[in-house]
Design a protein around this ligand. Structure first.
Ligand SMILES: NC(=O)c1ccc[n+]([C@@H]2O[C@H](COP(=O)([O-])OP(=O)(O)OC[C@H]3O[C@@H](n4cnc5c(N)ncnc54)[C@H](O)[C@@H]3O)[C@@H](O)[C@H]2O)c1
Length: 328
């Protein structure tokens, strides 16, 4: 299969690229063009003859149309994802997450792509009204990021309904593991624990369903094998939740030491924008994809944390991040 992955330079996309290459697929990995020639985490992906790296921008329809020629399957992961940044730069979120996704759909339609996976996010649900949250849970945009992802999902579904485009929406809950940006909550706690005097955080009373990266990638790969999933929206969630307060304690246990935690006002999100609780139901994924998470309880979560902490503890890995991220 000739597969295009957008966002292949990012956290989830680079792991997915590696997995699909190892399964023998021909992968075209799209890295976000920049004048430094920087290809993000694709730098760490072992180069194989079945890997082709291209550089460009999903906001550029002409580039996307050319890139999608002769492609069978598209995994669309490219997006702007930081919630705090979306408060300041929402126009770029609209352009990247909504227009960018529409460009992918348009190019897929024109080139008769056989299968398109659009990556959504649990953030589209907003704070849980009922748990576990199934795909039927109401949508509630509590941040510009969530709003643009809801719009991207809806335009994708409309292309399935209007043009019979073979689309499936994969909706991951909070994914964590090696290579995740140090702005995300688990990496920020780990890195501040190792390298700062204190750990500065926002609201620590929120609860999240954390899914380990290998499980998330397994979910995408299972979707590739699954049949009769066009037009479906499918959660990828561990079904295990933990508060950030408890998460800090777990990370301290894994590291073997602790540091003072300080709640910084500037890190606390506006009240109505704070998503208090996310806990996903993975029943539909189990039924349609025959996928089940391995890291789905506290014991397994601790094992995944050990893998994550030990990865960030290697200086060669940490040096790949912008150190300023730790102190913002
Ligand atoms: N990490 C999570 O916990 C999580 C949870 C749910 C959903 N998701 C979704 O998964 C996808 C991947 O997220 P991630 O955590 O790997 O984020 P990431 O930021 O590591 O990866 C996203 C990539 O998109 C690329 N990109 C951004 N704008 C682009 C543009 N205009 N053109 C081309 N490429 C562009 C960036 O270079 C980046 O590497 C996103 O769609 C995100 O919404 C992530």
């Amino acid at each position: 299969m000739r597969i295009l992955i957008t966002g292949a330079d990012g956290f989830i996309g680079s792991h997915l690229t590696e997995r699909l290459l190892s399964l023998g697929h021909h992968v075209t990995a799209l890295s976000f063009y920049n004048s430094f020639g920087f290809i993000g985490w694709l730098n760490d992906v072992k180069k194989k003859p079945n890997l082709k790296i291209i550089k460009g921008d999903i906001r550029d329809l002409q580039f996307i149309e050319t890139s999608i020629k002769n492609i069978d399957i598209v995994f669309h992961l490219a997006a702007l994802i930081s919630i705090p940044h979306s408060y300041e730069s929402y126009n770029s979120y609209v352009e990247t997450n909504i227009i960018g996704t529409t460009n992918i759909l348009t190019a897929c339609k024109k080139n008769n792509v056989k299968k398109i996976f659009i990556t959504s996010t649990s953030e589209v649900y907003g704070s849980a009204k009922k748990v576990p949250m199934s795909e039927e849970h109401s949508l509630n945009a509590q941040s510009p990021y969530a709003a643009t992802k809801i719009a991207a999902d809806q335009i994708s579904i409309s292309f399935y309904k209007s043009f019979d485009l073979p689309i499936t929406i994969i909706r991951p809950f909070n994914t964590f593991g090696p290579r995740q940006s140090t702005r995300a909550v688990i990496p920020t706690i780990i890195n501040q624990l190792f390298f700062s005097k204190k750990i500065k955080l926002g609201n620590i009373n929120t609860k999240r369903d954390f899914t380990f990266i290998t499980d998330t990638v397994d979910g995408f790969v299972s979707a590739l094998k699954a049949k009769k999933i066009n037009g479906e929206i499918i959660n990828i969630s561990s079904g295990f939740e933990i508060s950030i307060k408890q998460l800090i304690k777990e990370i301290f246990k894994v590291a073997g030491f602790s540091k003072k935690v300080v709640i910084e006002k500037k890190r606390v999100r506006p009240n109505k924008s704070e998503v208090i609780r996310l806990l996903g139901s993975n029943k539909k994924a189990s039924k349609l994809l025959r996928w089940k998470p391995i890291y789905n309880n506290v014991k397994q979560f601790r094992l995944a944390l050990v893998k994550t902490v030990s990865w960030y503890n290697k200086s060669e890995n940490l040096n790949k991040f912008n150190a300023n991220d730790l102190y913002e």
